[in-house]
Design a protein around this ligand. Structure first.
Ligand SMILES: [Zn+2]
Length: 333
């Protein structure tokens, strides 16, 4: 932990979690207390340049709020989806945001004249669950948010695995049904074509003709015994179990933390998923399967942790902070 030099005891850190639909923002105290949260629409359809201006504008709003509350920000953390290279500080690619190779933390640091930490939304969510949520006390676990898509943070020895090119954890694109439905990645039969919340809703509509039924509602209807819902929910659970079996075999996690929108189904998802996973495992010890604790806040809480880690690493010359950070500090533009 840090000494008093830079820890914002009376200040705060700014946290931003940029998603395809919403940008979530927060102000957090040095002890992790959430002082304020805010949400804005992403409006990614206006193009990447407009989106970057929008992100800078959201950060400005948070700075103004912090200053009005007499809690001047000491650093910012920002997390984004897609392929994220934390080491070079590049938002490499995100299909739903339309950008390529954007030095986002550098631009944000120059704009705010603050140190900025940078991370991948799911990996950083895994870091937050590791320190503050359902991964506490567990060095090796898997954080799997199941929502519009499916991704995973592989937390190994307390650190989210980044991979050589910032693309580790793309569990949603593990092929579980060869020759199956086309996926937005260009492949066929990927896990998220069967088991994401959007896939469950889409498949239910295709089977019944009924529109705008959410995955959570399909789960409720399956629990009530409705035939189409039972089949589609069951197929999603089986596909998830196939994907998790491959992952468990490869990395031997102690625990699997299921997050994202689908986790709101609770035991309607977890009970059959535990059974399907256990049925597939032979020599592998079954991991605990638990719901995430931080919900939609995981990314923002994690972004604040990255910002705080960055401050801590600067206040301690021989810091033991291990999670790799991208530091970008520039002058005001
Ligand atoms: Zn895919």
């Amino acid at each position: 932990m840090s000494g008093p030099v830079t820890r914002p005891a009376d200040g705060c850190v700014i946290a931003l979690d940029v998603g395809g639909t919403q940008i979530k923002g927060g102000l957090l105290g040095g002890d992790g207390t959430v002082l304020h949260t805010e949400r804005w629409l992403t409006r990614a359809g206006h193009g990447p340049n407009a989106l970057i201006d929008r992100i800078l504008g959201c950060a400005d709003e948070l700075v103004a709020l912090a200053e009005r509350a007499d809690r001047p920000p000491a650093a910012a953390g920002i997390v984004v989806p897609g392929i994220v290279d934390e080491t070079s500080g590049l938002a490499v690619y995100a299909a739903n945001l339309g950008w390529r190779d954007v030095p986002l933390p550098q631009w944000l640091a120059e704009h705010l004249d603050l140190p900025v930490a940078f991370g991948h939304d799911v990996r950083t969510g895994g870091l937050a669950e590791a320190r503050l949520g359902a991964g506490r006390g567990c060095a090796d676990f898997l954080f799997v948010p199941v929502g519009t898509g499916i991704a995973a943070a592989v937390v190994a020895d307390g650190r989210p695995l980044t991979g050589a090119h910032g693309a580790a954890g793309e569990l949603g694109h593990l092929v579980v049904r060869p020759g199956g439905e086309p996926c937005r990645c260009g492949g066929h039969g990927c896990l998220e074509t069967v088991a994401s919340a959007s896939a469950i809703a889409r498949r239910y509509t295709r089977a019944t003709g009924e529109r705008e039924v959410t995955a959570k509602e399909v789960g409720h209807r399956a629990a009530a015994g409705e035939a189409a819902a039972t089949r589609i929910w069951g197929e999603a659970v089986e596909a998830l179990a196939d994907g998790l079996t491959a992952t468990v075999t490869l990395i031997n996690p102690e625990r699997i933390v299921i997050g994202g929108g689908l986790a709101k189904a609770g035991e309607a998802l977890l009970t059959p998923l535990r059974a399907a996973l256990a049925a597939r495992l032979s020599f592998q010890r079954p991991p605990e399967l638990v719901p995430a604790e931080l919900g939609h806040e995981a990314g923002c809480r994690g972004a604040a942790l990255l910002a705080q880690d960055l401050l801590d690493s600067r206040s301690l010359p021989h810091s033991s902070v291990q999670y790799s950070l991208s530091l970008a500090q520039g002058g005001r533009r």
